[in-house]
Write a protein that binds this ligand. Sequence first.
Ligand code: AFP
Length: 351
Amino acid sequence: MHNGTSLTQFIIEEQRRIPGATGDFTSLLNDIVTACKVIANAVSKGGLIGILGTAGSENVQGETQKKLDVIANDVLVRSMEWTGHLAAMASEEMEDVYRIPGRYPRGKYLLLFDPLDGSSNIDVNVSVGTIFSVLRCPEGVDEPAVEHFLQPGTEQVCAGYAIYGPSTMLVLTTGHGVNGFTLDREIGEFVLTHPDMQVPAETSEFAINVSNERFWEAPVQRYVRECLQGEEGPRGRNFNMRWVASMVAEVHRILTRGGIFMYPWDRRDPSKPGRLRLMYEANPMAMIVEQAGGAASTGRARILEVRPTELHQRVPVVLGSREEVERVVRYHREHDRARARGGSPVEGAPV
Ligand code: AFP
């Protein structure tokens, strides 16, 4: 028997603080949590039930789908479509908006998710996760379409992720701080283990895929070069580096012990404004990190204020400890000013 606060209890107590709350949102969250438990179960079985490897298909971004990508997407769709809380869903793994079938009641929320982030890690048994974001469906909209999802991240009602690591955790914000819950498998409940998570303001740890270094813009190259120079460089201290290739794992580490995570724009394919997706990766993670006292930027703009134009839009991401993110933003500003004074523009770079 655990002595802590269960996630169910936590959500209900939060609801009681909101005058006039109907319990609709509470039920929605509980349904998401249940879906994450089902995904956690499948992820933990891995090779035992033959679900490792590729599914033999590609998603809308042209990326090879893993069997577990498809399974996790299906679990979320099937767990959420009948509940009556959603008007529509959108996912990394589905090209179009998923409308709630006519046989089920429609609700007032829109759900976006990356069902299994970091799925390239599944076969090597490294942490993966589910990222989700909840928006309100605009009033009077019966048939939600892409345009109704295209709301800036500041409009998110709630954001969270589940991380399937050595333990399964769920980290959640409804705009009043960030709380982390650990799944107690014996009782099947998430229990509050990390109340009021805070990103330390300063850090000496950075996460970026350095193999892309030659394709980055100058401000990112400058930031990383200075970190690598350690005690002998302008930062005057040594830095450590991590790269899991699973954004959920990187953000979770940053929430736990600080750091900065970057997936900046790069020159490999100038038509792509970044690798990570705005609506179901960058926005929910930006809301969580900001709610925990950190910052999240494209390098040139606050992520949560980016006006989305496409469902599967990509965006450069710099997030984590506030002071480090502000430094990277300053390097971009200085670079852009120098460029405006006559330096040569970087072809294709986002402005
Ligand atoms: P997948 O979900 O397709 O595995 O992508 C993971 C991810 O979107 C993000 O979680 C990682 O930070 C990033 O891609 C890793 O990208 P690289 O393989 O280019 O390092």
